[in-house]
Write a protein that binds this ligand. Structure first.
Ligand SMILES: [Mg+2]
Length: 412
């Protein structure tokens, strides 16, 4: 499994330089307000060389580079370019997810050996970069990162900027992690980094090298998740893919009583497990959801809870998690309808593609993860709300705030 993450270099500034050739090769800063107190939201590659970057004040930028050209942002231009490189990326097989106006990730369709997948990803990465220059604009430089999950692909895209094409694999992951700092990892902000430092974790390499149970002891479940991510596991929602498999049922009489919901939950999980086995999948995550009837007007609302699973196609595992989830995050009122849905499907005969399992040199550590996985049950149930909160978009103008593009993507 390979994820390819494309990140346009100095996007807003480069787009302005593409549109106006006279700006090319010159330091450009994009700032909504061109006053000394205004803030640069994007700096061109030339400006970055002098230390001007996102967040630099306009006065400071002018001090560093007297000839810098300050321009207001023109979002419509950026959207046009986004649509064009998204169109190019949609020519490749796999699942495409825009992460921001200048970043798109592609979960490539799995197939072939690890070296074959890697070679294909690099080839496609190089082709996409070339096509953006040929078909969208010759000044548009981009960086492509490749990895076994999104986090590592994103990290790889930042590692050789600008105009980079870099893959993180088990052969170089320690080298890369030794060169970056904790806050270079998407999802670790200053506060989390400080918390990690407090318990003796000073670098991404510490997160990689410390045994998982030790990380869990020092940081709680979050530490364990970081361990898995850096070792190439696909544990985050964005890595799950949109493919899901589930069943639902309408209750003859609405109820909130877990004991009365139990037999139905059993039946649904049984059917889901049977279908997973029949279709040859194992699920890595599970959602139970339902329609709640409440209030004097008997209004309908939605209820749902999510948990990760150690990849499984067994009724025992699926029901076990679903039942714990129901007890832990019960619906606010009587359920009229209940559904069990599994995600993060992967072929059952296919081991979780992990940097870790394949890393024979570090045999002792491998036993550690096996041991941790044996006890996986302790770690798997977490509130649904927590899943998203660990994944932060680090952009100045986050895709999540660009409703226009978001609607378009939803319509794709
Ligand atoms: Mg960018």
């Amino acid at each position: 499994m390979k994820v390819l993450h494309l990140d346009m270099d100095s996007f807003f500034a480069t787009v302005e330089q593409q549109a106006r050739p006279s700006l090319r090769g010159r330091p450009v800063g994009i700032a909504p307000v061109d006053s000394p107190g205004g803030t640069i939201v994007a700096a061109s590659i030339e400006a970055k060389r002098y230390g001007v970057k996102t967040g630099t004040k306009v006065a400071e930028a002018r001090h560093r580079i007297p000839e810098i050209i300050i321009l207001p942002p023109t979002p419509e231009k950026y959207r046009v370019v986004h649509r064009r490189f998204r169109k190019i990326m949609s020519d490749y097989r796999g699942e495409l997810k825009p992460r921001s106006v200048d970043e798109i990730a592609l979960w490539m369709e799995p197939g072939g050996s690890e070296p074959a997948e890697s070679a294909r990803a690099r080839e496609i990465g190089a082709e996409i970069k070339r096509r953006i220059r040929d078909e969208v604009g010759e000044w548009l430089s981009s960086s492509v990162g490749i990895g076994p999950n999104w986090l590592l692909a994103k990290t790889a895209s930042n590692f050789r900027k600008p105009d980079g094409l870099f893959e993180i694999d088990r052969g170089n992951v320690r080298e890369v992690l030794a060169e970056i700092s904790l806050t270079d990892l998407c999802g670790i902000a200053e506060r989390m980094a400080a918390r990690m430092q407090l318990v003796g974790i000073g670098s991404p390499l510490d997160l990689y090298d410390l045994p998982p149970w030790e990380l869990k002891r020092r940081l709680g479940i979050v530490g364990y998740y970081w361990h898995l991510r850096l070792h190439g596991y696909a544990i985050d929602r964005e890595d799950w893919g949109t493919k899901s498999l589930g069943h639902s049922s309408v209750l003859p009489r609405p109820t909130a009583d877990p004991r009365r919901l139990k037999p139905l939950l059993h039946k649904l999980c049984h059917r889901v497990a049977r279908r997973l086995r029949r279709e040859g999948w194992q699920a890595g995550a599970l959602t139970i959801s339902g329609t709640v009837v409440s209030g004097p007007a008997r209004e309908w609302g939605q209820w749902g809870a999510t948990a990760r699973l150690a990849p499984t196609d067994r009724h025992h595992d699926i029901f076990g998690q679903a039942w714990q989830l129901l007890l832990r995050e019960p619906p606010a009122g009587p359920l009229r309808k209940i559904a069990v849905k599994t995600y993060a499907l992967r072929p059952a005969d296919h081991e979780q593609p992990s940097l870790f399992d394949l890393d024979r040199r570090r045999g002792a550590l491998s036993t550690g993860v096996d041991r941790a996985n044996d006890r996986w049950g302790e770690f798997t149930v977490i509130p649904a709300g927590m899943l998203g909160s660990e994944n932060l978009a680090g952009d100045a103008i986050a895709f999540g705030q660009d409703l226009k593009l978001q609607r378009e993507t939803a319509a794709d």
